[in-house]
Design a protein. Structure first.
Lengths: 282, 216
């Protein structure tokens, strides 16, 4: 290793540690390990002392119909997510096109819509839609609410992506005699989507998490099913609220991590492609 | 639209509005303190603390806020933890937002060029001096913009607390709906209240950004 190479441990905050510092870090490490282990132990004993790990309380999950309920809830969640994702991407593209329009009324209208729905609490929107139009069918209130909010956010992402494409790209395309539509669809948008895909998928993670708002308008998604399971005691052991949280939480976390992993993979692919392009141009 | 000024509706609306602000402010305070602590863990040279910070952030960022409210409201009382609904809501909302605050602070610290800290250290500055005189002043400026979007999102997220027995704007909306007023009129006033809060937070952050801006 040459002297100019920074050791991997160098960070903005700390110098590369010497022998004394390394010993001190090890001491801190041991102490904090004890602290974290103590915290975990405290939580686990608090739960088990309270009888939360008793087999009786977890019995519910052995019944086929309870497993079926969780599965149904998962399917409903994914259905709402799929619909909201497809619609919000479509709406986002439309609103972004409107925001970038040359016609002032169209632009103002779209900017207004985007700003309004981004500033509204999603829950208020969904519940408003539920009471006003979809009292019979909460799923569409949820999907429409998610679409309006996330579509506005996606529109902002797409718009800033298009604006972030180097100006020369658009100017060169105009110089070649392309129309505005051609410049957009064949020059600017393909480049913008490539750089914005990670943020767009990040917003899809938010969409997935927000489907749990369906719980409040009694749409039978995963969390609502969990509440149903937890609030009907099967035996004398009581209401299995904590077991339900411990089962449903990891499902949500796993789904979100899967989407995040997809975003990271696409980002890595995109970077590889961008490098190839610059090296070919040189 | 005029229903707000009939009977005692305005009192209900005002109480809900104030409760939303109280809940948001308390959660923001908790999120800021906890988030800073977690960020300190995540950039510390001790691997155990880094792992703890990373695990916390991964868990809380990927859990729906509704599930957190659910866990806190229904999970803690059986364990013998009895607080008011407001405190439960502050715990859920603050813990959730803390993970976002932590990420913002951490990425802010990471944007400070390594050379700045190295220069400070080679001038003989101590760790405390490097941190408070060189790194944090630079990190604060990059952190402000993403931090403002976290804290604009916070009052919006606080609406979920209304579904878990906190008497804020959302539950005021519910009460008005039950009293049979037009849903559109209710929506209009509640929307105005939230837009007012968002606009205030945004203005506050813009003021801070202007105050801290430096000519480069």
């Amino acid at each position: 290793m040459s002297l100019l190479n920074r050791p991997a441990t160098a960070s903005v905050l700390y110098d590369a540690p010497g022998p004394k510092t390394r010993a001190r870090y090890r001491l801190f490490g041991a102490l904090s390990l004890i602290g974290v282990a103590g915290l975990l132990w405290y939580v686990v004993t608090a739960l088990s002392d309270n009888g939360q790990f008793d087999a009786d309380l977890w019995d519910a999950f052995q019944y086929t119909y309870v497993q079926q309920m969780i599965l149904d809830g998962l399917v409903s969640t994914l259905k709402a997510f799929g619909l909201a994702a497809a619609f919000s991407l479509t709406l986002g593209a439309l609103l972004a096109a409107g925001q970038l329009s040359d016609h002032k009324p169209v632009r103002w209208l779209c900017v207004g819509i985007v700003q309004f729905f981004r500033a509204m609490p999603l829950l208020i929107l969904i519940v408003g839609l539920y009471y006003a139009f979809f009292a019979k069918d909460p799923m569409w209130a949820l999907v429409l609410g998610l679409t309006l909010y996330n579509g506005s956010v996606q529109a902002e992402i797409i718009r800033s992506g298009v604006n972030a494409v180097p100006r020369g790209q658009g100017e060169a395309a105009y110089g070649l005699g392309m129309r505005k539509t051609q410049v957009m669809t064949s020059i600017l948008v393909p480049q913008a989507v490539r750089s914005m895909l990670p943020s767009m998928i990040g917003q899809l993670v938010v969409t997935l998490k927000d489907t749990s708002l369906g719980y409040i308008i009694t749409y039978n998604e995963l969390l609502f099913m969990g509440k149903k399971i937890a609030s009907q005691p099967l035996n004398a052991a009581g209401f299995p609220y904590i077991p339900v949280v411990l089962v449903i939480g990891p499902i949500y976390i796993a789904l979100c991590l899967l989407l995040t992993a997809l975003a990271r993979w696409i980002e890595a692919r995109g970077r590889r492609g961008a490098n190839r392009r610059t090296s070919a141009a040189a | 639209m005029g229903f707000l000024f009939e009977d005692d509706n305005f009192a209900l609306f005002r109480d809900g509005f104030l409760q939303t602000i109280e809940l948001s402010a308390l959660s923001a305070l908790l999120a800021l303190l906890l988030g800073t602590l977690l960020a300190a863990f995540r950039v510390s040279p001790v691997p155990v603390l880094r792992a703890f910070g990373t695990t916390w952030v991964t868990l809380f960022r990927n859990t729906p806020l509704t599930l957190l409210f659910f866990a806190v409201t229904f999970g803690l009382p059986p364990l013998g933890v009895h607080f008011s609904h407001l405190v439960f809501a502050v715990l859920a909302l603050g813990g959730y937002t803390a993970s976002f605050v932590c990420e913002v602070i951490r990425s802010g610290i990471n944007t400070v060029p390594l050379g700045q800290a190295e220069a400070a250290r080679s001038l003989g500055m101590t760790f405390g001096q490097t941190l408070t005189l060189v790194i944090l002043p630079q990190a604060t400026r990059t952190v402000l913009a993403p931090m403002s979007s976290v804290f604009i999102a916070l009052p919006r997220n606080s609406a979920i607390a209304g579904a878990f027995s906190v008497g804020e704007l959302y539950s005021a909306q519910q009460t008005f709906s039950e009293r049979g007023y037009s849903i559109f009129a209710i929506f209009f006033w509640v929307a105005c209240a939230y837009l007012l809060i968002s606009a205030t937070v945004a203005t506050l952050f813009r003021f801070l950004e202007n105050r801290l801006a430096v000519a480069r």
